[in-house]
Ligand binder design. Sequence first.
Ligand SMILES: *Cc1c(COP(=O)(O)O)cnc(C)c1O
Length: 397
Amino acid sequence: MTDSFSELKPSARILLGPGPSNVHPRVMKAMMTPVVGHLDPDFIAVMEDLKKLLRAVFRTGNELTFPASGTGSAGMEMIMANLIEDGDDAIIGVNGAFGARLADCAERLGAKVHKAEAEWGRIVEPDAVERALKSAKKPKLIAIVHAETSTGVHQPLEEISALAHRHGALMVADAVTSLACVPVEIDKWKIDACYSCTQKGLSAPPGLSPVTFSARAMEAIKARKSKCRSWYLDIGMIANYWGESRVYHHTAPITMNYALYEALRVVVEEGLEARWQRHRANAAALHAGFAAMGLKLVAQEGRRLPQLSTVAVPDGIDEAQVRATLLKNYNIEIAAGLGPFRGKVWRVGLMGESCKRENVTLLLGALEQILTAMGAEVARGRALEAADAAYTGKSGI
Ligand SMILES: *Cc1c(COP(=O)(O)O)cnc(C)c1O
């Protein structure tokens, strides 16, 4: 070997995109904890506490609540692969990239997919779900995205869950971007299976997908006629490892589990209600600042997520250049639009650790500077005042 490789040198960015969010320093420290075996009694104690912490954050009594190995998409695939059998009817809400991903996943697993659709930027209406239910013979499940990160839309789940139960279907929710940012009420809303991730609202690095299964979901899995199509994600075998029998299935990502454990401790210490309120307050200030500058939000009014905002790119502005300048001059990451929103919107995240007043102020100031320098028609000198007023309830200090 004659090559020499430099040390890792990524900068410590201010992560204001759709995830990952900034990792809490306590979580980074937890990752220095010694790696032990996946059946070590010390690790088993961590596993037991992880299940309790996740139940608290998901607001559920579900016994089967644990972090699946892999990112949020692994949790999605685990839930779908275990609930769907060949030929099952699946109703999927599609109003953005992550609903489309769910539909693709269900189809690959052999489901007959019936889409309940809405335009990008709008919620899926219960009517659309009802129509899709009518086109299905015997719907196995309804799956829908709670926080559609591609559009910034906050999907209400309760009414759709009631529809699922009325039709004898299971209710599945993608809470990848909603958990620990806005209320996620698994038991109250009667959600049968739900998946999230570590790198958005929980502010740990990407790598695990917290999942929860209701007793009804477990019964459906036990009643399967065929084996789960995925060996790695087979809940029967994985539940044995996370349950009392502790039978080895695959090696748990030890360090990631430490990270999630500490991230959940941080969440529980802050308190869920306080955390939701913090997300609402910072989003209100960010949105006030955008409005004062003349920037328009894209998601349906009244259904906007606090933790992820979609902002229309002003006419004639090269959106990629704005993002590159934000990164180069201000160390801030925001994201581009996906699919039909490509080139047209920015996606701005205020999730978990990244969701703080100093980041709101910095981003508004930086955007105003960059857009003005690029010749966009934005109002100058108003955004910070408007943001401030949103925090204090009046203008000025
Ligand atoms: C990020 C995201 C996913 C995918 O999660 P990964 O951790 O990237 O696999 C799924 N659904 C939604 C709504 C997301 O925002």
